[in-house]
Design a protein around this ligand. Structure first.
Ligand code: SF4
Length: 227
């Protein structure tokens, strides 16, 4: 299994923001979001090859921390993910999987499926990458299956107020989604951008009843790598 990086930090986003967690970033993502903050993990080759799941577990265990966040890239397209998740669970870990919601895997003992469906604001202008990204960024059947079968949160990345109708349309199409599990999160790669967009997103949260998702790592460390 090729892992881009393993590090210890605070969960920056979602309902578990602030919780100390070990992050396992799996290499490879089929999408190409315009504002992706982990472009260095796009390639399947972008990382170190671990010889076994046990070797990854050993790297995680160097920190005495129960919370593990499996992120990417896009972890849900990696065929070795279920073995890693099962082994972590047998070690008593709390597991969050961060996914764009574009692929489904059944029966994983995952405590929180953190789903971030991608909107039009994620599409790149570069024609080749736009084509790769546009057709596969949203799969309502997969999103529905994740919501129906896992404990979940849904985080929409908001670039501007213009995104709201698309967010509402997407929510309407997700029949069983619980609005109390939906969060709106500012699109921001820097502290300045985060502070500038947060009041607009806070206002949208008050209008929609969705929760505000912090980006604590950006606030604290300005999205420095490994945080
Ligand atoms: S899905 Fe996530 S990792 Fe993949 S390009 Fe988009 S933001 Fe980056």
């Amino acid at each position: 299994m090729r892992i881009n990086e393993i590090f210890y930090s605070l969960q920056g986003e979602g309902f578990l923001a602030g919780v100390p967690s070990v992050f396992v970033r799996i290499a490879g993502c089929p999408l190409r979001c315009r504002w992706c903050d982990t472009k260095y993990a796009w390639s399947k080759e972008a990382g170190r090859q671990y010889s076994s799941i046990d070797e990854i577990i050993q790297a995680i265990q160097q920190w005495p921390c129960r919370f593990v966040v499996i992120t990417g890239g896009e972890p849900m397209v990696n065929p070795d993910l279920p073995s890693l998740v099962r082994k972590l669970k047998s070690d008593g870990k709390h597991i969050t999987i961060e996914t764009a919601g574009i692929a489904y895997m059944p029966d994983m003992p995952c405590d929180l499926m953190s789903i971030s469906p991608k909107l039009s604001n994620s599409v790149l202008e570069e024609p080749k990458l736009e084509a790769i990204h546009k057709d596969s960024k949203l799969d309502l059947a997969v999103l529905g299956a994740l919501i129906d079968n896992y404990n979940y949160q849904v985080k929409f990345v908001v670039d501007s107020e213009v995104d709201l109708p698309e967010i509402e349309q997407t929510i309407e199409k997700l029949a069983n989604v619980d609005r109390e599990k939906i969060m709106l999160m500012p699109q921001a790669d820097t502290r300045e951008e985060l502070l500038a967009k947060s009041p607009m997103v806070a206002d949208l949260c008050k209008r929609t009843g969705c929760a505000f998702s912090q980006r604590l790592h950006v606030l604290l460390w300005n999205n420095e790598r490994g945080t």
